[in-house]
Design a protein around this ligand. Structure first.
Ligand code: G
Ligand code: G
Ligand code: NA
Ligand code: MN
Length: 244
């Protein structure tokens, strides 16, 4: 149909691939999960900024379709997780409002899945979003709030969804070791999250100094270039299927 034609035009001739970035337990150093991220290449072979591609897709009215395609590409990784590890995928409130997204998300192994709720626009109806996340949870999936602290809506997400995981935005992680203001905000967010019973994951950890402060603040897990870059091969290798 028209929307799919427009999605084709948008990504025509450009490769879309899935990379995965490890999430590491800061106490044990173990990989506890990985986030699937999309990468796009232009017909000329240049990397296109994923943010821009998703934003163009939203403008063209095919944002949800592109998100669903990305989720569909990531789900096979669920079959190769090491015991106990999770795979996280991104989903906007708009995508979660489409029942087909929920069916898709639940078609793999929801017990190993984390759904990271992102934010692109204010949420008009938290009732619907709460219902969607509750549905996913009933089937064993965990819910994360992405980019926590980055905007008003992301804190609303935390209040409204009481997520299993809160992902501390990169804005409070970069320079947390040198900037007392970032440290103060991060400490408050960690307190807020742990009072709700959520696990905290710090995004964008790039330096040892940041890692030290995050650990001192009681952040549970970290993700970032220091701990592991997004790569085409999962951080646990191509290994045999996990049957646990
Ligand atoms: O991976 P990177 O930081 O370049 O991604 C930039 C932005 O694009 C981030 O906000 C990220 O959430 C978003 N993004 C990347 N891959 C996906 C994806 O597969 N699905 C969705 N919904 N968003 C993605
Ligand atoms: O919006 P979301 O948080 O899902 O996207 C995560 C983005 O952060 C991805 O685009 C990923 O490539 C990027 N990223 C991951 N680790 C780091 C890091 O250590 N530093 C920076 N600047 N970006 C990172
Ligand atoms: Na994310
Ligand atoms: Mn983020």
């Amino acid at each position: 149909d028209d929307r799919l034609a427009s999605l084709d035009a948008l990504v025509a001739g450009s490769g879309r691939t899935t990379v995965v970035q490890p999430v590491v337990d800061l106490r044990t150093g173990r990989v506890v999960g990985a986030e699937a991220l999309s990468r796009f290449t232009s017909p000329a072979g240049l990397a296109r900024r994923p943010e821009q591609v998703f934003s163009d897709a939203r403008s063209a009215g095919v944002g949800v379709e592109l998100e669903q395609a990305a989720i569909a590409s990531a789900l096979p990784l669920l079959g190769r997780l090491p015991p106990g590890a999770y795979l996280s995928v991104n989903a906007s409130p708009e995508a979660l409002a489409d029942p087909r997204s929920l069916d898709l998300l639940l078609s793999g192994r929801p017990d190993r899945l984390v759904v990271e709720v992102t934010e692109h626009a204010p949420v008009a109806d938290y009732g619907a979003l709460r219902e969607a996340t509750a549905h996913l949870r009933r089937h064993g999936a965990r819910i994360a709030v992405d980019d926590a602290g980055a905007g008003f809506a992301s804190l609303q997400h935390v209040l409204q969804l009481t997520p299993d995981i809160v992902k501390l935005d990169i804005a409070f992680v970069h320079g947390i070791d040198t900037d007392p203001a970032r440290r103060a905000v991060a400490r408050a967010l960690v307190g807020f999250a742990s009072e709700l019973g959520s696990t905290v994951v710090a995004e964008g950890v790039e330096r040892e100094g940041e890692l030290t402060v995050l650990t001192e603040l009681g952040v549970d897990c970290g993700q970032g270039y220091l701990l592991g870059r997004p790569t085409a091969t999962p951080p646990w290798g191509a290994g045999p299927d996990d049957t646990t």
